[in-house]
Design a protein around this ligand. Structure first.
Ligand SMILES: *Cc1c(COP(=O)(O)O)cnc(C)c1O
Length: 317
């Protein structure tokens, strides 16, 4: 196994850039997690930093994960495995056939892709893991999307970076918005907030796929799993704002408003956003602010990456 120097760092420390005010005098900022310098960046690299430590500690010699072959998570894990000079085995649902630049990258990165029907996923993972163990290998399994405590930890650290920025620049963010999928990113931010006893901010996850009730439960489970006993002492329902109002029909679906805002942000700031996650969440944030009559606030949007998906949209994929 080879070490990756970048991954040995304590923190990603991505830049926060200032953007224009809107008509209600809200000032916008964007944290550029899309600029983490590995495999086109994004929140999945931040999570991968934490899994990397575990993989090194356990001296694993094959990385297993689950996800569609068009996912940002699978691209980054495949890239990390190549850089570590160990094989990567991806279990992928056969139902997902969408070809994308991520699919091309994962193929180029020589990951082993094993497809199975979505209802056979757990079984396939178990079987594959056992067969690796029988061969005398030491497999390390990462849940789809980097879901789990190390993934949560990644965004507890991101929360500390945000606080550090606030301290240095003497700014206070009233709101933090971001795209919420498996909810690990949001769980980490909420845990960071709870652990630092910070009561100034609302963290708003814009659901890109899941319905509110189910999505919330999963995020809450992740928070409980991370905070352990402290959860029962400190967690309050109102800490968790997760809205499914801007899902636009579900995963991967988008409308012309989302496309328009992606074009605007690209032209004005030179920042690419994709239609599945970041563009959708950015549009959702603007609608949320309008709807809730939010005025004169400092608002931080976290750009969670997905840059290859921006090119899919450009290429009409
Ligand atoms: C996976 C992903 C998300 C969602 O992150 P979760 O931690 O799963 O909620 C948001 N944006 C991008 C670009 C992603 O790839």
């Amino acid at each position: 196994m080879k070490r990756i120097e970048l991954f040995e760092n304590e923190s990603a420390n991505t830049p926060i850039v200032s953007m224009a005010n809107d008509i209600h005098n809200n000032h916008y900022y964007m944290k550029r997690d899309d600029l983490i310098p590995f495999s086109f960046g994004g929140n999945k690299v931040r999570k991968a930093f934490e899994y990397y430590k575990d993989i090194v500690n356990e001296n694993a010699d094959v990385i297993m994960t689950y996800g569609s072959s068009s996912s940002n998570h699978c691209r980054i894990i495949a890239n990390m495995a190549v850089a570590m000079e160990i094989p990567c085995h991806i279990i992928s649902p056969i139902e997902n056939k969408k070809e994308s630049y991520n699919t091309d990258l994962i193929t180029k990165l020589k990951a082993d892709i094993e497809t199975c029907p979505v209802d056979k996923v757990s079984q396939t993972i178990m079987q594959r893991k056992n067969s690796f163990l029988e061969q005398g290998k030491r497999p390390y399994f990462i849940y789809g999307g980097g879901h789990g405590n190390p993934g949560t930890e990644a965004y507890v650290k991101a929360y500390h970076e945000i606080q550090e920025y606030e301290r240095i620049t003497n700014t206070k963010f009233d709101y933090i918005f971001h795209a919420s999928g498996t909810g690990t990113t949001q769980a980490g931010l909420v845990c960071g907030k709870i652990l630092s006893g910070d009561n100034r901010k609302s963290i708003v996850g814009i659901s890109i796929a899941r319905e509110e009730k189910y999505g919330r439960e999963i995020i809450k489970d992740s928070i409980r799993e991370y905070l352990k006993e402290l959860f029962y002492e400190k967690y309050q329902e109102e800490e968790l704002i997760f809205t499914d109002e801007y899902r636009c029909g579900g995963y991967g679906l988008y409308n012309e408003h989302i496309e328009r805002i992606i074009e605007e942000v690209m032209l004005q700031y030179g920042i690419p956003m994709d239609t599945t996650y970041v563009g959708k969440a950015y549009y959702g944030m603007k609608c949320y602010i309008e709807k809730n009559h939010i005025k004169n606030k400092n608002i931080l949007f976290i750009h969670t990456g997905g840059t290859p998906l921006f090119f899919d949209w450009l290429a009409g994929k």
